[in-house]
Design a protein around this ligand. Structure first.
Ligand code: NDP
Length: 310
């Protein structure tokens, strides 16, 4: 039986997604009609982005599942009009992009590259950085992206701590969880990477107390979500010198307003939510495989726990 699939993400992305989606759906042996508009009552699946015009799912009476194109689902997980399974994006391209961004920024701080890239006085300053094995990195949020980044950093020699909600066991990684684990994860973090989803439990997690638990001089790298950090507390900790630098990719308001203090702060690097993005070719396969699973009566991969919010 043919399924009707609505592409309800940013319409500017449609030209990039149309052919990969058609190819991946065909590879899965699905008969389908894939479009950017449909009568809502005949739609079986929605390929979705939380920025979409579709915010009320009530008219979609035949809907079987929503396939989110983003890893982050805070913009849709709480939608009370959505009563069918919601899957988030786990995509090879998204993961690899995040590994490259996180590794690059960790190495920038670890090696102290700025001192040589910007060296107006042409100082011949000797002194090698410590080895990676002497620079512990903590990753808060050890899911799809955190795990991939942790493995890459471990391979480079960094001692890696990974903190998650549930206990985990990963060879070569110091796995911690819960509130006791949170304190320990912070206390050893020379570099702290945030790869948590934004939920009611994680909002403002990095507040003044959490920042105070980090070792003096720690660096924060946040490609997770802006709401994870209490911005005023972070700026205070940077000004006091307790935190030496923050590299931030995500913000409460995006684009970051021109008058936001982060832009001008000498100890802050702003990147414009480019840490990683979903890649149409690989993401199309994830979407098509999930539609195939749903049609076969199997649970979706990467199903969102709507109560937990991720
Ligand atoms: P996952 O759902 O795979 O991983 C989330 C991790 O966070 C899990 O380890 C989970 O624990 C942990 N977690 C969630 N809530 C808590 C909590 N209350 N206490 C402790 N740990 C918690 O997500 P991804 O790795 O795929 O993505 C993570 C986030 O990265 C996304 O939600 C998004 O916000 C961000 N992102 C940013 C991008 C960018 O370009 N800047 C691009 C893509 C994603 P457990 O394992 O126990 O469930």
């Amino acid at each position: 039986m043919s399924v009707n699939i609505l592409f309800a993400a940013d319409q500017a992305d449609w030209p990039d997604y149309e052919i990969p989606l058609r190819e991946a759906l065909t590879t899965e042996g699905l008969e389908f009609d894939l479009r950017t508009t449909f009568d809502p009552q005949v739609v079986d699946y929605i390929v979705y982005a939380p920025s979409s015009d579709v915010q009320d799912f009530t008219p979609y009476t035949r809907l079987k599942a929503v396939l989110n194109l983003w890893a982050g689902v805070e913009g849709v997980a709480g939608n009370q009009t959505l009563n069918v399974p919601l899957a988030r994006m786990v995509d090879h391209g998204l993961t690899q992009g995040m590994v490259e961004w996180v590794t690059g920024h960790v190495l920038r701080h670890h090696l102290g590259m700025d001192a040589h890239i910007v060296n107006p006085a042409h100082e011949w300053a000797l002194g090698a950085p410590p080895l990676a094995e002497d620079r512990p990195v903590t990753i808060l949020g050890y899911g799809a992206l955190g795990t991939a980044c942790g493995e890459a950093l471990r391979t480079l020699g960094f001692p890696v701590t990974g903190w998650s909600r549930r206990p985990g066991d990963t060879p070569g990684i110091n796995r911690l969880h819960g509130s006791d684990g949170f304190t320990k994860a912070l206390e050893t973090a020379a570099i702290l990477v945030l790869l948590l989803p934004l939920t009611i439990d994680t909002e403002n997690l990095i507040d003044a107390d959490a920042l105070a638990r980090l070792p003096k001089g720690a660096v924060i790298i946040n490609p997770g979500r802006g709401g994870l950090i209490d911005d005023a507390a972070l700026i205070a900790a940077l000004d006091e010198g307790h935190i030496s630098h923050a590299t931030l990719d995500v913000f409460r308001v995006e684009p970051l307003p021109a008058d936001d203090p982060y832009w001008a702060h000498p100890k802050v690097t702003v990147t414009p939510h480019i840490a990683s993005e979903t890649r149409p070719k690989t993401a199309a396969r994830t979407i098509a495989q999930n539609i195939r699973r749903a049609e076969d009566g199997l649970p979706l991969n990467h199903l969102v726990d709507r109560d937990r919010g991720y």
